[in-house]
Design a protein around this ligand. Structure first.
Ligand SMILES: C[S@@+](CC[C@H](N)C(=O)[O-])C[C@H]1O[C@@H](n2cnc3c(N)ncnc32)[C@H](O)[C@@H]1O
Length: 256
């Protein structure tokens, strides 16, 4: 796919300019908005782990694309024994190695190779939608399944509800949900649990000839309303799953 997007350079630029929740999160909104967005994702993650009986304490974990380490900090609090972070952006690797000396961080592209496991838990949070080439996504899934322990969990956050394939910006490719699930199944992965994280947070502005002033104004309103949007998502997204735009999905090896 000739999108002009070069993942390594793009993420290095983003994270070296904004090593914060905006740089790693939804860049169309403010840091304050992203704070609420991450809290909504956290609630979804906790619900999914409960449903699939996943606990992190004492595990050996691979975190793909740790970014600014927002999740890494939580994983440490929750008692992960060993964690290896793999990120395509050197800034992430260098900063997190300094911030988390008890864990290991390596520079690399998950679609090229993954440090040998086995791992009890692998997380891939908001990374696959940035692997815009399907062949590279298939390679990444293959690399990850080969280093999963038979009872391990692969936890992925992304939009699993898209009703069509769409690239709203060159660095994002949302797959049609059916295609997306088929890719996981072809890699030998079986869905253990999925929960919606966001319905009204994490929005993408609809396609169309909207003036940039209008996009900006809508983003500003959303920035101000972020706590309300968060409350809506945390309480109502479990009942509005088919409208969700962001999910936590937990997969296990189909052959275990
Ligand atoms: C949207 S950010 C998410 C960061 C973090 N997981 C979070 O949820 O806060 C995507 C992260 O994945 C990394 N990344 C993107 N493509 C990657 C790839 N092919 N292999 C490894 N890391 C990648 C980026 O450098 C960035 O740190």
């Amino acid at each position: 796919m000739a999108s002009g997007y070069r993942a390594g350079a793009w993420w290095e630029n983003c994270l070296s300019q904004n090593f914060d929740l905006r740089g790693a999160g939804h860049q169309g909104f403010s840091r304050w908005y992203n704070l609420w967005l991450y809290q909504a994702k956290l609630q979804g993650f906790i619900r999914a782990c409960r449903l699939a009986n996943v606990t992190l304490g004492g595990t050996h974990m691979l975190e793909v694309g740790p970014g600014t380490g927002w999740w890494t900090r939580l994983f440490r609090e929750w008692g992960v024994t060993a964690l290896l972070g793999l990120d395509i952006a050197p800034t992430s690797v260098a900063t997190l190695a300094h911030q988390f000396p008890e864990f290991e961080f390596r520079h690399g592209d998950v679609s090229e190779s993954v440090p040998a496991g086995p791992y009890d838990v692998i997380t891939v949070f908001d990374v696959f939608e940035h692997i815009v080439d399907d062949r590279r996504l298939i390679a990444a899934l293959k690399n990850l399944t080969t280093c999963l322990d038979p009872d391990a969990a692969l936890i992925v956050t992304d939009n699993f509800g898209a009703t069509r394939a769409i690239s709203p910006v060159p660095e994002v490719r949302l797959r049609h949900s059916q295609t997306y699930f088929e890719l996981f199944a072809s890699a030998g992965l079986q869905l253990a649990a999925i929960v919606p994280n966001c319905v009204v947070l994490n929005k993408i502005f609809p396609d169309g000839p909207w003036p940039s002033r209008m996009r900006k104004a809508v983003a500003e309103v959303d920035n101000m309303l972020a706590p309300l949007l968060y409350a809506f998502d945390v309480h109502l997204s479990p009942y509005l799953g088919r409208f969700a735009n962001h999910h936590t999905a937990i997969f296990r090896l189909a052959t275990r």
